[in-house]
Design a protein. Structure first.
Length: 210
């Protein structure tokens, strides 16, 4: 069943991935439709309690559940957007776990992190609720998004979620999002209790429209 779902999602993704070329031929390139975004993401708060076990060096020392994301997108027609993204994570979540018997039926679970940063990149398609030409008049926009990781950082490659833009000027908006995927640090939950590797994350950042 999982393979069938992945095949269907793959077909949808690569269909949307061809939209930039079709749109650029149809409407011509418009610099105002191009945007650059940067955001900070963090995974489930339950993971953060374990972040103190990570090594102390690195950009995200003590916060292995966090990452920095940069993206470039282009608005297509009224509701679609396609682009590329890159992210940086500051610690490994696959370095191992251990248990120690404390007696009385209790055990101590320990987690070991490597101070091992990783860079990922992929493609992203989004469907906006507010049409492109009305984005500034309304001032807020909701969007559904689907990402595909080309770097192999995410175990299942695909991730998806919803997001919002809150416009504070003609060219700048604040962004917020909630995503679901097999993100690098969510694999820790699988190592600890045998659950699946899918987990949630929240993102907060800003977007500049040229």
């Amino acid at each position: 069943m999982k393979k069938i779902v992945l095949v269907c999602v793959s077909a949808m993704f690569f269909t949307f991935h061809l939209l930039p070329f079709t749109s650029l031929r149809a409407q011509g390139f418009d610099w105002h439709r191009l945007n650059v975004s940067i955001d900070y993401s963090t995974q489930s708060p339950a993971f953060q309690s374990l972040s103190m076990l990570q090594g102390r060096s690195g950009l995200f020392a003590g916060h292995p559940a966090s990452s920095l994301n940069i993206g470039v997108g282009y608005r297509l027609w009224g509701h679609f957007e396609a682009g590329l993204y890159a992210n940086y994570t500051g610690a490994s979540a696959t370095s191992g776990t251990g248990k120690r018997d404390l007696g009385n039926g209790q055990t101590l679970q320990t987690v070991y992190f490597k101070d091992e940063s990783a860079f990922g990149w992929g493609a992203l398609v989004q469907v906006h609720f507010v049409p492109y030409k009305y984005r500034h008049e309304i001032g807020i926009d909701m969007k559904a998004r689907l990402g595909f990781d080309f770097s192999g950082v995410e175990a299942d490659n695909f991730w998806g979620g919803i997001g919002w833009n809150f416009w504070i000027s003609k060219h700048v908006s604040l962004t917020f999002g909630v995503d679901l995927g097999s993100f690098r640090y969510s694999r820790l939950e699988n190592a600890l209790n045998g659950s699946n590797m899918w987990g949630g994350r929240m993102t907060l950042g800003a977007q500049v429209e040229l």
